[in-house]
Design a protein around this ligand. Structure first.
Ligand SMILES: Nc1ncnc2c1ncn2[C@@H]1O[C@H](COP(=O)(O)OP(=O)(O)OP(=O)(O)O)[C@@H](O)[C@H]1O
Ligand SMILES: [Mg+2]
Length: 166
């Protein structure tokens, strides 16, 4: 249970929350994201009280939570549904983010055709694509190996081989 949480995060600050399993780390992120409104107290983002989800606050979940019936590119594009962009700009943004997480060639694959780490990278692309002002990450690299985590760019071709570059 979360109790007496007081937290102030400045613009540009990168904050890590560490705690035992089940202590409420994700619960706190869920509240900040606006996914859950059943709490006492107040959460203020950029001067306004958080009442619901908003494109300015993105979240990447501990598990990838991809839609199994959507392809990689569609799973990423889901995040842009309410974004003020035209169709072409959305397609361009999806392609850029597929590239960013090293999944070019996998655009038309379904989640069940991906490894756990690749699915996690799709989820990371989905979290980044709206360029949220606040990005909430719930152990987003948990499914990635140590080498991939530390790499700035990973190239992965559709034959399943992964090549990383710095
Ligand atoms: N949807 C839910 N309904 C009821 N209880 C929940 C729900 N989600 C989480 N909990 C409970 O809230 C507590 C905190 O869960 P939370 O997922 O925030 O933990 P966590 O700190 O992220 O843990 P972990 O490190 O294991 O991921 C747990 O005791 C869990 O059982
Ligand atoms: Mg958790």
């Amino acid at each position: 249970m979360l109790d007496r949480i007081e937290l102030a995060v400045a613009a540009g600050e990168f904050l890590s929350i560490v705690g035992a399993s089940g202590c409420g780390k994700f619960t706190l992120l869920r509240l900040i994201a606006g996914l859950d409104g059943s709490f006492d107290g107040e959460i203020v983002f950029d001067g306004a009280r958080v009442a619901s989800t908003d494109l300015s606050r993105g979240i990447v979940f501990q598990d990838h939570r991809l839609f199994p019936w959507l392809k990689v590119e569609q799973n990423i594009a889901v995040a842009l549904r309410n974004a003020p962009l035209g169709k072409d700009d959305k397609a361009r943004a999806v392609a850029e983010h597929v590239e960013l997480v090293g999944l070019r060639g996998y655009e038309r694959h379904y989640p069940h055709q991906l490894s756990g780490g690749m699915a996690q990278r799709v989820a990371i692309a989905r979290g980044l694509i709206n360029r949220p002002r606040l990005l909430l990450l719930d152990e987003p690299f948990g499914a990635l190996d140590a080498l991939t985590r530390s790499r700035r760019k990973t190239n992965c071709n559709a034959s399943g081989r992964t090549k990383a570059s710095r």
